[in-house]
Design a protein around this ligand. Structure first.
Ligand code: SF4
Length: 199
């Protein structure tokens, strides 16, 4: 019997089909909680990360991402003030107050082998703040068959099919933007906030 190999669009579809209704309901209930004005944005963000961790189990076998692949840690990593404050609260690293500088809609993504994220452990090629990493890192998932396009020597225009956050995890994403707005926005590249771990 021939086993049909899934292409990247099939893999994305398969992810959406795998997500159980119970988790979709949980995500919707979370969005309602996040809308309560008394909820601390930092606590809300932690709740979102908890639900996303549950989602992650359904990506198993569908993405090209794996431990030790650090390509996307050399890209621009857009972080809000809320996420910077969350990392600070959990790790003790203090973000630069001059961080906010990124106009998200106008930003041109870059990838520079010489400009890794300050939290990348370059020896082990792992994230040193993995549990507290920002949304951009949690949801930057490649649905390519392998990580070949995510190599510094890959052709610059290699298309990479990424998770469609709004399609797969819509309520979590809406809640995330809501909290960020409530916390004052403040987008910057992670290097602007935590270059050499700032202080
Ligand atoms: S926070 Fe962690 S996962 Fe995100 S870019 Fe930095 S090292 Fe990579």
């Amino acid at each position: 019997m021939t086993v049909k190999r899934l292409n990247k669009e099939d893999r994305l579809r398969k992810l959406n089909a795998r997500i159980p209704v119970s988790l979709i309901r949980e995500e919707e209930a979370l969005e309602k909680k996040l809308r309560k004005p008394k909820l601390s944005p930092l606590n809300g963000l932690e709740m979102i990360y908890g639900v996303l961790d549950l989602h992650m189990q359904y990506t198993k076998g569908l993405t090209a991402c794996s431990k030790g692949c650090d390509f996307c840690c050399h890209m621009e990593v857009a972080v809000s003030r809320l996420e910077a404050d969350f990392i600070a609260a959990k790790t003790g690293y203090k973000p630069s107050v001059n961080g906010p500088s990124l106009a998200l809609s106008n930003s041109k993504q870059y990838c520079d082998e010489k400009k890794p994220c300050p939290f990348l452990d370059q020896i082990g090629k792992i994230c040193s703040i993995y549990v507290y990493r920002p949304m951009m890192c949690r949801t930057h998932l490649s649905f390519e068959e392998s990580n070949t396009p995510c190599r510094f020597d890959a052709p610059k225009d290699s298309p990479i099919t990424l998770l469609d956050r709004a399609k797969s995890w819509p309520s979590a994403l809406r809640g995330y933007f809501l909290l960020i707005e409530r916390h004052g926005g403040g987008w910057a590249d992670i290097r602007d906030y935590f270059g050499k771990w700032a202080s």
